[in-house]
Design a protein around this ligand. Structure first.
Ligand code: BGC
Length: 414
């Protein structure tokens, strides 16, 4: 009689990695989990920036059907942890010496009321400018480092009949462009005042007006040809050489690789214009739902695996992000990732938390700000002053709410 092998532990993993490039990165994690005797039951929910995944997660938890593991990022980790639903993985963190090996910003993001509640996997740079090297060489252009250079490059490309920038009008992608413009104009300190503290004075500030004006100028470059393409479609447009530039998080890099474009030959990365000294980040991480602790051993194993050095390196190469570990050897990273990791390693003064990717504020405020920016972008009759006024009103309401029931928690978090 053959002995029965112990049944493999099985964890359902909810995430929003559905593009071909993202899929490969998720598959690598699933394969590594399998080697550890854990079956990764995949629950992938389409929608860039986790638009659909956030909603599905909420309704599943309300229906008492939480997945064992879920991609969860930024401030939403604290929101879920506040409800007491997340497994504390302090043992894993102390066993892996996370306190010392992770960047301090990462450590803060995954810690809630002194307990570690998430396993971080990678850092994306949202202020990445992808440019087509052949088109830039043909038109004798250098990647633009400031807004003024950006305008010059765009005008030269347009004069040559080349679409300068691949850009979608999808709400989160418009807001991502806007946060890049805010950062370029004003740097991380003002950026935080606007998106983290949501200070009405920042909404009224001339720097916000400038960023709004620039958002409209970028829209004008598309000659009315902007539509709600998903981000992989934007990447495909860039890969087909139908646009010379794209401002997008570096998750687009594997997509371009998949489409046959070679980094440093066909395309290269630079920082979005004006943001060369900053890192606008989105940190991916996974949380474990506590439930009845039946799966705790497997969940802890999974958390340990995700942060382990070999998985960190292999996963991030496929995902286009960079390791969350300070003990990474940057010479093993490609040019794009090396610039990102090295910049992030400089610390909080150069880092800006992406609003769109939930790093800056709670889900409700984020959604409301994105909707407002999107409305302004779509309707040319709305003036920057009007958009600023609306943002200001919104910020005052958020602040009132924060002084109430949620006040104490919110202050804890920042
Ligand atoms: C995540 C990335 C993902 C991107 C596009 C971001 O919020 O951090 O991992 O690739 O959204 O969906």
């Amino acid at each position: 009689m053959t002995a029965h092998a112990a049944p493999a532990a099985s964890l359902q993993v909810l995430h929003w990695w559905t593009s071909p490039g993202e899929r490969k990165a998720a598959d690598l994690l699933a394969a590594r989990a399998a080697e550890e005797g854990i079956e990764w039951r995949d629950a992938a929910i389409p929608g860039g920036a986790g638009l659909g995944a956030g909603k599905v997660l909420k309704s599943r938890v309300l229906a008492g059907d939480a997945p064992e593991v879920s991609q969860m990022i930024g401030v939403s980790i604290a929101e879920w942890a506040d409800l007491g639903l997340l497994l504390e993985i302090d043992n894993v963190a102390s066993g892996g010496n996370w306190n010392n090996v992770l960047f301090p910003t990462i450590q803060t993001l995954i810690t809630h009321r002194k307990h570690v509640v998430a396993a971080p996997v990678g850092i994306h740079r949202v202020n990445t400018l992808f440019y087509n090297r052949a088109l830039f060489a043909r038109h004798k252009l250098a990647p633009p480092q400031s807004w003024a250079e950006f305008e010059t490059v765009v005008h030269k490309l347009k004069a040559a009949g080349v679409t300068p920038l691949a850009q979608s009008s999808e709400a989160w992608q418009v807001a991502a462009l806007f946060e890049n413009l805010v950062l370029a104009e004003s740097g991380p300190e003002f950026y935080r005042q606007l998106f983290v503290r949501r200070d009405p004075a920042a909404a009224a500030d001339p720097r916000t007006a400038d960023a709004l004006r620039r958002l409209r100028i970028v829209k004008g470059w598309a000659n009315g040809q902007i539509d709600e393409r998903s981000w992989p479609e934007v990447a495909r447009q860039f890969a087909r050489r139908e646009a010379a530039m794209m401002i997008m998080g570096d998750w687009a890099k594997p997509e371009l690789r998949d489409l046959g474009m070679v980094l440093d030959q066909d395309f290269a990365c630079a920082a979005a214009p004006g943001t060369g000294r900053y890192h606008l980040y989105s940190v991916d991480s996974f949380t474990m739902f506590g439930g009845d602790y039946r799966n705790m051993a497997a969940q802890e194993k999974m958390a340990r695996l995700l942060v382990s050095p070999p998985v960190q390196m292999d996963y991030n190469v496929l995902k286009g992000s960079v390791p969350v570990r300070r003990d990474t050897d940057p010479s093993r990273l490609d040019s794009c990732a090396r610039a990102s990791w090295t910049m992030f390693a400089l610390g909080a003064a150069v880092q800006a938390p992406s609003l769109v990717h939930r790093m800056a504020t709670d889900e409700a405020s984020r959604d409301a700000i994105i909707a407002e920016i999107h409305r302004y972008f779509l309707d040319d009759r709305t003036t920057p002053t009007e958009a600023q006024r609306r943002l200001g009103v919104m910020f005052r309401l958020f602040n009132l709410k924060n002084q109430g029931a949620f006040g104490a928690q919110d202050t804890d978090r920042r």
